[in-house]
Write a protein that binds this ligand. Structure first.
Ligand code: PRP
Ligand code: MN
Ligand code: MG
Length: 181
């Protein structure tokens, strides 16, 4: 496991608040895609795996679940600004309804890259959702169609989000606080 500076985690968004927010978002998405033959819900690995699992279970719609793995951070804290596709979709999305599910939009490089990539495949409709948004960090002009929570520029972990591959399994969103000793 890579070394990390010692830190503690303070709860920022509880599991209960996340669940309530997802329920509300799912209603909006359901209304948007009402009548869709089959919605392709695309999770961006790895960070979105918890969010997509909870979201699709609240979506009362026929869905296909697929994944793309895009990575820009590796094990570091800084975006490399270079998005690598490590795993592509299994299905074609031409003429289909697609919902891209992301855990967090930070600089915006990941979401804008994936959105462009998928739009080139001529989906019928493509929408995006992010659980968290850090608007003050944006370097690329991109915005998810739905956002769970806007958060300040804090280093967050949990609910799928990692720090050097740790803490993805926390049931809540926590704030990393570095301890000097
Ligand atoms: C993290 C996070 C988002 C992206 C957001 O992914 O899960 O996908 O960074 O940052 P950006 O807006 O600055 O691009 P990461 O690259 O760490 O991969 P992971 O999902 O496997 O942790
Ligand atoms: Mn990610
Ligand atoms: Mg990461």
């Amino acid at each position: 496991m890579p070394d990390t500076t010692p830190y503690v985690i303070d709860e920022m968004i509880s599991a209960k608040s996340i669940a309530a927010r997802i329920e509300a978002l799912a209603k909006e998405i359901r209304a948007e895609f009402d009548g869709s033959e089959q919605l392709v819900v695309v999770g961006l690995l790895r960070g979105s795996f918890v969010f997509i699992a909870d979201l699709v279970r609240e979506l009362d719609l026929p869905v296909e679940v697929d994944f793309i793995e895009a990575s820009s951070y590796g094990d570091g804290m800084e975006s490399s600004r270079e998005v690598r596709i490590l795993k592509d979709l299994r299905s074609g999305i031409e003429n289909r309804d697609v919902l891209v599910v992301e855990d967090i939009v930070d600089t915006g490089f990941t979401l804008s890259h994936v959105e462009r990539l998928l739009r080139n495949r001529a989906p019928r409709r493509l929408k995006t959702i992010a659980l968290l948004d850090k608007p003050t960090r944006r370097e690329v002009d991109v915005r998810a169609d739905w956002t769970g929570f806007e958060i300040p520029d804090e280093f967050v972990v949990g609910y799928g989000i990692d720090y050097a591959q740790r803490d993805r399994n926390l049931p809540y969103i926590g704030k990393v606080r570095f301890t000097s000793d």
